[in-house]
Design a protein around this ligand. Structure first.
Ligand code: UTP
Length: 411
């Protein structure tokens, strides 16, 4: 590791030497860990991200519609064929699942990993337990313990693992559950400077759910999938309590058609719903965000009156393991201006009540462009999507509980 003087010079060359303003107040261990943290930062990347923060990600890209199959419009025979194929693949142990659980969950405002949030269903269960119930159902139906991966981040890794341990791994067997950590990037203040979360710590945050590709590689998960002869990895958001990855129809249809990637999507509720839609971007599969699609495009309809950009991506994708190996580093970074409290250059604690920091994130859907053959399966919203994003109102525990109870016919 480089010493203080070298690190100071490095910081100076990027006008970031304020990160060492409180160095003398730190213990030896804190000093060491601060220097180590600073050494791991890609300052050139941070400079570039700040300088290009106002550039529109998808400007000048050609956007076209993406064909999709409506699950409900499949014939009885087709459904039967795909379901049987899916069951065989699950029984053969060729599928694993991965939950993206590294997010900050700032909108929910819950102090802890989102998966540990207790949802007031009857009886009350954590989000992780709700998913555990699903995966255990697959075991009781098909006699196979599907491997369950959970992506965490520095901020919640320890608490997540502790929660699983305390809950005895939901009786699914510790050996069937693996945790891996995604990487982080520094936050920047409005002037583009790095900030401290503590006098001895640079303020870093998880690099977005698109960090999953690099994390799967660097944590040896892709090698493990190969070793275990797992051909498909279903990846889904942790905060959807109706997440249904191990759906035999979905898996069977993907395998039967030789697709390297399969999404489940849901029709938009209205042209202006604030969701990303599946489309072709420069002729490759992708998702365009509602902020990046014009009013005119959002309202375009086909000859049957259906919206052309109709299918919303809601955070579920099954990847062929082979495709995951091909998805390289270098996904686009998206930018958000968020509320974060930090220690300013004079050592004062800056409580944030308005957005004050830039956060850069990669999105999982930017990796879809590597697919050569993607399936978009349109499914019923009420059977697949009950998100917990906000504390109250839309997409809150209250709305998710209602959807969950309706789906399971509970009161
Ligand atoms: P969201 O974009 O909804 O973010 O994540 P979030 O962090 O949960 O919540 P807010 O925006 O701060 O309120 C969608 C999914 O991606 C995961 C989340 O855990 C969730 O399952 N995610 C997000 C990660 O795994 N890592 C990240 O860096 C960001």
């Amino acid at each position: 590791m480089r010493g203080y003087n070298e690190i100071y010079e490095l910081l100076k060359s990027y006008n970031q030497e304020h990160l060492l303003n409180f160095y003398d107040e730190l213990s030896d261990t804190e000093k060491h860990s601060l220097l180590e943290q600073i050494e791991s930062i890609d300052f050139e990347l941070m400079k570039k991200l700040y300088n290009t923060r106002n550039e529109h990600v998808d400007a000048n890209k050609e956007i076209k519609s993406f064909p999709y199959v409506v699950a409900d419009e499949l014939s009885f025979d087709e459904k039967k064929k795909y379901i049987n194929a899916g069951i065989e693949i699950i029984k053969a142990g060729k599928v694993a699942v991965c939950q993206l659980a590294g997010g900050q969950g700032t909108r929910l405002g819950f102090d802890g990993p989102k998966g540990t949030y207790i949802v007031n269903v009857t009886p009350p269960k954590s989000i992780f337990e709700i998913f555990a119930d699903k995966i255990k159902k697959t075991y009781s139906d098909y006699g196979v313990k599907v491997k369950w991966y959970i992506m965490t981040s520095n901020a919640n890794d320890e608490a997540t693992k502790k929660f699983f341990k305390e809950n005895n791994y939901f009786e699914y067997g510790e050996e069937n559950i693996s945790f891996f950590k995604q990487s982080e990037l520094p936050l920047l203040d409005a002037e583009g400077d790095l900030i401290l979360s503590d006098k001895g710590k640079v303020f870093m945050a998880a690099n977005g759910n698109g960090g999953v590709y690099e994390a799967l590689k660097s944590n040896g998960i892709l090698d493990e999938l190969d070793r275990l002869k797992i051909e498909y990895l279903g990846i889904g958001n942790v905060d959807n309590i109706l997440l249904d990855i191990l759906d035999p129809l979905y898996i069977g249809m993907m395998a039967n058609g030789g697709y390297d990637l399969a999404l489940k999507t849901i029709p938009k509720t209205s042209p202006n719903e604030k969701v990303g839609v599946v489309c072709k971007i420069d002729n490759k599969p992708g998702v365009v965000e509602y902020t990046e699609i014009s009013e005119e495009m959002a309202n375009m309809r086909d000859e049957n009156g259906k919206l052309i950009y109709n299918e919303a991506y809601y955070g579920i994708a099954v990847f062929a393991t082979e495709l995951l190996k091909k998805i390289e580093k270098g996904l686009t970074y998206h930018i958000a201006f968020k509320k974060n409290s930090y220690i300013d250059k004079g050592g004062r604690y800056m409580a944030a009540d308005t957005p004050n920091t830039y956060k850069f994130e990669m999105f999982i859907f930017d990796g879809f462009s590597f697919s050569e053959n993607m399936l978009d399966l349109s499914v019923k919203r009420e059977e697949n999507f009950a998100p917990i994003k906000n504390k109250v109102g839309e997409d809150s525990p209250e709305t998710a509980i209602k959807l969950y109870n309706d789906f399971y016919c509970l009161d």
